[in-house]
Write a protein that binds this ligand. Structure first.
Ligand code: FES
Length: 142
């Protein structure tokens, strides 16, 4: 039994294990689990009596299927004293107004270049809404 439990079986059964329903099945799996793992692909192939290459073909053709769960890009924003003094609070508010959540941290060791932020492992000094939006877009592209 896979870590998807009976979810894959249920979705396949719903589509009567029809190979012609492969795309719909992949969409359902993606919607339920957030991705189509290799394990899920194996299970679907077995149920539909098709090859994994068939699934791989469809999966790579449709870019909206991801093979690994997508992690949201988190922005860590320093709200410690030195960064507060150069506007980290206002920056957080401005980001929130654009629907961008930040995670508060206290000192990223970049106090001389505040407001300091971190996206994934990248340290960003003199952070602004623009520079953070750009860095976030780049992180999403990776
Ligand atoms: S106070 Fe913000 S990086 Fe040190």
């Amino acid at each position: 039994m896979s870590h998807h439990g009976d979810g894959i079986a249920e979705i396949c059964t719903h589509h009567r294990d029809e190979p012609s329903a492969l795309i719909e099945i992949l969409h359902d799996v993606q919607a339920r689990f957030g991705h189509v793992s290799d394990e899920a692909a194996r299970e679907i192939a077995a149920r539909l009596n098709i090859t994994r290459a068939d699934i791989h073909g469809v999966r790579s053709f449709y870019h909206d299927f991801t093979t690994v769960p997508t992690e949201p890009v988190r922005i860590k924003l320093c709200r410690a004293e030195a960064c507060q003094a150069v506007g980290s609070e206002q920056l957080a508010t401005a980001l929130e107004a654009r629907g961008i959540e930040t995670e508060t941290v206290y000192c990223l060791g970049n106090c001389a270049l505040g407001p300091a932020a971190m996206i994934q492992q990248r340290l960003i000094g003199r952070a602004s809404v623009d520079s953070l939006e750009r860095a976030r877009a780049e992180a999403l592209d990776d």
